[in-house]
Design a protein around this ligand. Structure first.
Ligand code: T1G
Length: 689
């Protein structure tokens, strides 16, 4: 078996080279190999300094996430770091690519760091529900100060080599070849008689307690419900107050607790789920150098902005100058807001605007490699658009629809070459939301699918494959939650109760508040078309309360404000509908509200995977996390169901269905079957892979 760690001595420098594709993760063999290599080189009289560097596209990107929960051989990562730090000869870490998590901890345990200018580094453990497990916070605080340590450990976002250099984390930026520059750097240390420089011996730059707490408060503001961010803050706090070894020992205990907990399990699940969802079994993507979007409304404009943000030229097409002007105006206002907020520079906004061309004839789509239709949700109109696009576009151009509600097979039937047609369902606001459901029809060919996937990734979206059905994956499930929200209102809840039950679960917004934001006329029109009735939602819309845009919906809104305020007028409408339905209103416990809405989602998710609408349960989780704000640390609806236990969910759904007479709440056959077998969605997915 080849070893992932090799050594070599060149001109008095002991090189430790790690080669463990794809990302040089710290497997048992890598940790042990580094520790052994340091020990050997330390003893070698020919070696004056030690250099750690990695093969492939990156420095060590962290612990091996697949090994979590499995038995580990010594040395632990903390021990490996101690051995590096304790080396009596200077140790240099040479960083390229992404030095993350345990990889960055290794680098911090080295005495010096040199990095390529495009290297990035950080401690993303918080995003996996963890704290740095091998003294990362303690060493980082000593090198860069407590405040930087808080930013990096709680924020979890990597920083650039230049920023790391500015705060003293990186000692030198390699101007050209990393190995050459790092060897020269190590030699200069040896020549200058520079000794080992153990990080643990350095003092921490002080920060006043109130200033510390202010930074913690800012960084943890949006992390309600999660354990890891506060644990990360505690780790930095301990770095300042406890002796090094004691602080690291406590870190290791906390790390062990967190990694055995449900939140970290959920977050690790999502890490792999989103990578799995983005993979396709077949097809090769065609290059996309220019896109076109037909329809300059809110959706079309947001999609065009996503292309521009990725540096891809896009033509935005609508029927006349007025429509284009309205669309471009909205786009310009969006950019102005981003510049104001500092999320992009004025120059970047200009560059992006310059990539968005406009046209008032559909023939302008002729140059595009991929065209996305985003016109009004009307079958006849869309069919007409696609018939025309087929005549205009090259035969190898992909034709995509952004429909969220129409039958994509029926749409594709108007084309002579339906193989090039696919659904690309973006979520509103499309320039912000990451999810893109890629909907295949019975005729979509593999290359078309691959092109849609590659394009979605290129514009920084998370693509998930769906098959055709009413609502695809996400909206089909959301409809079940909406139905429960309506029932809860009829039975005794008020909008603020329903929304709070969902927010307390960890969603950023409740369903009714969300409806107010998107406009209550949308759902009303869909229900009318389908002949379904939501008596309370209908009564509110019929009263002209269409949500934020009319100043009132489920809530009322002060002029210019988006803050929902509970409204006695809504209460009156709700109570009168309950009375007219002959329902005696009751106080509904919060837990029941949460369970009815969440379990309804899970139940529909089970039907969706059983029917093959979603390729796997973890895809449903990705859809909900990226499209609907499902709390990532709960893993998505189906991972959450596994965590809660399927028998409990079946039992509760049976109770809810019996009590309400609502057939849609009866447990899905797959859910019942898995529960009876004591199985999980995760197992079912694995068995079928
Ligand atoms: N462990 C195992 N597999 C990993 C991995 C890891 N740490 N990182 C990536 N992979 C796999 C990934 O699943 C994919 O596999 C392939 O590598 C390429 O990844 C003790 C607790 C490094 C920026 O959180 O952020 O250290 O799908 O498609 O876009 O304190 O991967 O091909 O089979 O994402 O070029 C901390 C996680 C761990 C880094 C590269 N580290 N990784 O992005 O490629 S916790 C992380 C990333 C820790 C210590 C602790 C990214 C990347 P496959 P990719 P990429």
């Amino acid at each position: 078996m080849t070893t992932p760690v090799t050594t070599e001595i060149v001109d008095g420098i002991g090189l430790i080279r790690i080669d463990n594709p794809p990302v040089n993760a710290l497997s048992n063999a890598v940790r042990g190999g580094i520790a052994d290599a340091v020990r050997v080189l330390e003893q070698d009289p020919d070696v004056q300094a030690v250099l750690i560097l990695c093969a492939g596209k990156t420095f060590i990107a962290g612990a091996d996430i697949r090994e979590f929960g499995k038995p580990r051989q010594p040395p632990s990562l903390a021990e490996t770091c101690d051995i590096i730090e304790g080396c009596t000869k200077p140790v240099v870490a040479a960083l390229h690519g992404t030095a993350l998590g345990g990889g960055f901890e290794i680098a911090l345990a080295a005495h010096y760091r040199i990095a390529t200018s495009d290297a990035r580094m950080g401690l993303p453990e918080v995003k996996l529900g963890l704290i740095p497990g091998a003294g990362g916070a303690n060493r980082l605080a000593r090198i860069a100060g407590a405040e930087q340590a808080l930013e990096i450990v709680i924020g979890g976002n990597p920083i650039s080599a230049a920023d790391a250099h500015a705060v003293g984390i990186v000692d030198e930026i390699a101007e050209n070849d990393l190995r050459v520059a790092a060897t020269a750097f190590a030699k200069s240390l040896a020549a200058g008689g520079k000794a080992a420089r153990p990080t643990r011996a350095r003092a921490i730059e002080a920060i006043a307690p109130d200033a510390f707490e202010t930074v913690v408060a800012r960084l943890t503001r949006k992390t309600a419900g999660q354990e890891a961010p506060a644990a990360c803050a505690d780790s930095v706090r301990r770095a300042m107050t406890l002796p090094f070894d004691e602080a690291v020992a406590r870190d290791r205990e906390v790390f062990a607790q967190l990694s055995a907990g449900s939140q970290s399990r959920a977050l690790r699940h999502v890490f792999f789920a989103e990578r799995e969802a983005a993979k396709l079994a077949s097809g090769s993507a065609r290059p996309v150098a220019r896109a076109a979007v037909v329809g300059a409304g809110t959706m079309g404009g947001g999609i065009a902005m996503s292309f521009a943000a990725a540096g891809l030229p896009v033509t935005l097409i609508d029927i006349d100058d007025a429509a284009i002007e309205r669309g471009m105006d909205r786009i310009r206002r969006n950019y102005a807001t981003s510049v104001e907020r500092g999320s992009i520079s004025a120059a970047e906004a200009e560059q992006r605007l310059a990539l968005i061309q406009t046209a008032t004839t559909r023939s302008a789509a002729g140059e595009a490699d991929l065209v996305i239709e985003a016109v009004f949700e009307n079958m006849d109109l869309k069919r007409e658009v696609f018939r025309e696009l087929e005549a205009i576009c090259r035969v190898d151009a992909v034709l995509a629809t952004n429909t969220s509600a129409l039958d994509v097979d029926a749409l594709s039937a108007v084309l002579d070459r339906p193989g090039r047609f696919v659904g690309m369902h973006f979520f509103s606001p499309a320039n912000v939301m990451k999810l893109c459901e890629i909907v295949r029809t019975d005729a979509t060919d593999p290359d078309t699918l691959a092109t849609a996937f590659a394009t979605a990734k290129r514009i920084a979206k998370v693509p998930v494959l769906a098959r055709n059905c009413d609502g695809f994956i996400g909206n089909r499930m959301v409809a079940k939650r909406s139905a429960q929200a309506e029932r809860l209102l009829q039975e005794g809840a008020l909008p603020q109760d329903v929304d709070e039950a969902i927010r307390a679960f960890g969603f950023p917004m409740g369903p009714l508040q969300t409806n107010d934001m998107s406009g209550l006329d949308v759902g009303y029109a869909i229900r009318k078309r389908r002949g379904t009735k939501f008596p309370i939602a209908d009564a509110i819309a019929e009263a002209g309360r269409l949500g934020q845009k009319t100043g009132a919906g489920y809530y009322r809104y002060e002029a210019g404000s988006r803050t929902p305020v509970p409204d006695p007028e809504t209460t009156r409408v709700i109570e009168s509908v309950s009375a007219s339905l002959g329902i005696e209103r009751r106080e509904i416990p919060r837990e029941e509200m949460t369970e009815r809405m969440i379990f309804a989602l899970i139940n529909e998710g089970a039907k969706i995977v059983a029917e093959g609408i979603a390729a796997r349960p973890s895809d449903v989780d990705v859809v909900w996390i990226y499209g609907y704000g499902f709390p990532r640390w709960r893993g998505g609806p189906l991972a959450y169901a596994d965590e809660v236990g399927l028998p409990y969910i079946v039992e509760r759904l049976d109770v809810f269905a019996a009590r309400s007479g609502d057939e849609t709440l009866a447990p899905a056959p797959l859910l019942r079957e898995l529960a009876q077998k004591g199985a999980t969605f995760a197992q079912w997915q694995k068995d079928r892979a």
